[in-house]
Design a protein around this ligand. Structure first.
Ligand code: ADP
Ligand code: MG
Length: 249
C-alpha cells in the first residue's frame, strides 16, 4: 500500500477543553488529522499534549468539546470501544506487561473478530512474530518484557499497538529515553508504518529533528492553548513557536 496524505478528515477535534482543579490543561483545542497524514504535536512540558491524547482516547472525560473519528462522534465512548473502532495509542511512560514474555504481550494485545475476547485466531502468532521482527525483537520473543531495555520496551509497545490494526495510531513521545543511535531506526519504522502499513499517525515528540523530519504537518501547544499550526518549515520559523518552545531549549 502506498499511503498519500489526503484532505479527508479521519480525526476531528472541536473546541476541546479540560481542567484539573485550577489548571486548564486543554483550552478550546481544535485540530484535524487527515487520512494518510503524519501529524506532529509539539509544545513545552506541561503544555497539554498528553492530556489531549488522554481526551481523544477516552482515558479522561472531556469537560467540553467534540471528538469525531471517521465522521462518528466518539466523545463519550469508553477507551475499549474507541480502540475497537481503530484508534489506538502508546504511552509516554511505556506500558508493557513486565513479567510476561514479549510474545505473550503481543497475544494479549491482539483483537479477535468479536473485539478483545478470547480465543485468539490461529493467525495471531504469525502476525505477532512478523511485528516482533519488524521492531527487531524476533530473537527476544520468550524474554520477559521487563528484561528489555527501555528503548526495546518502547518498540515492543509499538508492535503491541500495531497488532490491534489501528487506522489511527497516537504515539506519545516515541523516541523519549531512546539511545540516540537507535532514534533513526524508530524514525524509519514510523515512516514504514505510515507509508507501507497505511496507518495515519498523530505523534507527540520532543525531539525537534525527529518531528521536523517525520511530520507532514505540526500543531504547537503552549499553556494548554493552540499556538500555531503549519508545515514543519513554517513551524520551525514561527516566532511564536520559537519564543514559546524552541527558544527555551
Ligand atoms: P505535556 O504532555 O504537554 O507535558 P500534560 O498534558 O501532561 O502536558 O499536562 C498539562 C497540565 O495538566 C500540567 O499542568 C499537568 O500538571 C496537568 N495535568 C495533567 N494530567 C493531570 C492529572 N491527571 N491530574 C492533575 N493535573 C494533570
Ligand atoms: Mg506529556
Amino acid at each position: 500500500m502506498n499511503n498519500t496524505p489526503s484532505n479527508i478528515p479521519l480525526l476531528a477535534v472541536e473546541s476541546l477543553s479540560k481542567k484539573f482543579g485550577g489548571t486548564t490543561a486543554n483550552d478550546n483545542i481544535t485540530m484535524q488529522v487527515n487520512k494518510g497524514e503524519i501529524v506532529g504535536v509539539i509544545g513545552p512540558n506541561g503544555s497539554g499534549k498528553s492530556t489531549l491524547f488522554n481526551l481523544i482516547c477516552g482515558t479522561f472525560p472531556v469537560d467540553t468539546g467534540v471528538i469525531r473519528f471517521n465522521g462518528k462522534d466518539i466523545t463519550r465512548l469508553p477507551t475499549a470501544a474507541i480502540a475497537c473502532a481503530g484508534l489506538v495509542r502508546t504511552f509516554q511512560q511505556t506500558r508493557v506487561y513486565r513479567v510476561m514474555s514479549c510474545i505473550d504481550n503481543m497475544r494479549i494485545s491482539a483483537p479477535t473478530a468479536s473485539g478483545w475476547t478470547r480465543p485468539l485466531p490461529p493467525q495471531t502468532d504469525d502476525d505477532a512474530m512478523e511485528l516482533l521482527s519488524f521492531v527487531g525483537l524476533e530473537n527476544k520473543r520468550e524474554w520477559r518484557a521487563g528484561e528489555l531495555s527501555f528503548g526495546q520496551q518502547k518498540l515492543l509497545e509499538l508492535a503491541m499497538a500495531l497488532i490491534a490494526r489501528p487506522t489511527l495510531l497516537l504515539l506519545d513521545e516515541p523516541t523519549a529515553g531512546i539511545n540516540p543511535t537507535l532514534i533513526n531506526g524508530v524514525l524509519a519504522r514510523l515512516k514504514t508504518v505510515n507509508q507501507k502499513f497505511g496507518i495515519t499517525l498523530l505523534v507527540i515528540e520532543h525531539n525537534m529533528r525527529v518531528i521536523m523530519n517525520l511530520a507532514h504537518r505540526i500543531y504547537c501547544l503552549a499553556h494548554g492553548q493552540m499556538l500555531a499550526e503549519g508545515l514543519p518549515a513554517q513551524i520551525q520559523n514561527d516566532p511564536r513557536v520559537i519564543d514559546a518552545y524552541l527558544g527555551r531549549q
